[in-house]
Design a protein around this ligand. Structure first.
Ligand code: CDV
Length: 323
């Protein structure tokens, strides 16, 4: 018997700076209802799904950005999402900005069981961008200013997913580009990775040339490789379209353990894509080419955890000095 689950990526179109959570939540509720009608058992929403991608806006006083953050989950604004999960019997993934009671700020994602209970929480570890206003950049990316590095690691939990139980892991946006994040979860036999993202259509660093068409390619390449090399599915969901003049690409995808794209969004707006996923597909890779117990060689991987930045290799010099 296949272990079938129907997974959905609920891509969101743009959310403007002036729009409140209730606008986003209303749109998300419509997507949940659509997911229910299509038989989806889990819906994955993007990173920072409740607001515009606010790290592009500079606030000298970080407290002035507090209105973008959630101090409780669920809150009054997000409670309808939890109620919809119960009504439809659907689990969901939500990305949001979290401010803890101690005043710590994180870029956070949760996976919520259809009962409304939070099964798994993740706080983004790879924070791209910079801490201070950068005059060279076309658009600011101040994640390092607004968020602390996540302190929950890359945890995987076995939990109900539709009628099955599955090994579930979460990552957020830039994490998808780091093989280390995937492998730490692969080592916990992850079967479904949920990842939301906000990625500008253009490289905003303004420090070199990255062809426009390769932006999506690099995102898909990273997700497909992560799935293949760790024998898992991924649901990767974008916030897409133009927010206050700043374009984010869409192209949300659902990927299988062979690295194949099973479904892909084609708009840069609210859009639901679904795929029927047999979780037993994870067994092939995990028991053959990526049978970690048989083939990994951690004794050769010391640099991966011992070192952060790269360093130049030693210079080769010929044994015989040139005449
Ligand atoms: N939100 C993100 O983490 N975005 C980054 C961009 C800045 C490159 C990403 O990796 O998609």
């Amino acid at each position: 018997m296949p272990r079938l689950v129907t997974l959905a990526a609920a891509q969101l179109g743009p959310i403007q700076k002036s729009e409140g959570r209730e606008v986003a939540v209303e749109r998300m509720l419509r997507l949940m209802e659509r997911a229910h009608r299509r038989g989806a058992e889990v819906v994955v929403f993007p990173e920072l799904a409740l607001t515009t991608f606010f790290p592009r806006w500079n606030e000298e006083d970080i407290a002035a950005a507090d209105h973008w953050f959630e101090t409780a989950m669920p809150s009054n604004a997000t409670a309808p999402l939890f109620a919809a999960a119960r009504k439809y019997g659907i689990g969901f993934h939500l990305g949001y900005a979290e401010k803890t009671p101690e005043g710590r700020r994180f870029n956070t994602a949760i996976y919520v069981h259809p009962s409304g209970e939070i099964v798994l929480k993740y706080r983004k570890i790879h924070l791209p961008g910079h801490r201070d206003f950068d005059p060279i950049r076309r658009v600011q990316h101040l994640e390092k200013r607004y968020f602390e590095v996540g302190d929950l690691g890359f945890r995987v939990v076995r939990a109900p997913l539709g009628r099955e139980r599955a090994n579930i892991g979460l990552m957020i946006c830039n994490d998808r580009r780091w093989p280390e994040a995937w492998r730490v979860m692969g080592l916990q036999q992850v079967e479904v990775v949920m990842v939301g993202y906000n990625t500008p259509s253009l490289n905003m660093d303004n420090r070199g040339f990255e062809a426009h068409h390769l932006r999506v390619e690099h995102s898909h390449l990273s997700i497909r490789a992560g799935c293949y090399q760790n024998a898992c599915f991924a649901v990767a969901t974008a916030k897409a379209g133009t927010e206050d003049g700043h374009e984010l690409f869409g192209h949300s995808i659902i990927v299988n353990p062979q690295g194949e794209i099973m479904a892909q969004a084609t708009s840069w707006d609210d859009e639901l894509i679904t795929a029927d996923c047999d979780l037993d597909m994870c067994a092939l890779g995990r028991s053959t080419i990526f049978d970690f117990a048989a083939h990994r060689r951690p004794e050769a991987y010391g640099r991966i955890t011992a070192q952060v930045g790269s360093e130049p290799p030693p210079e080769w010099t010929p044994a015989q000095p040139a005449e």
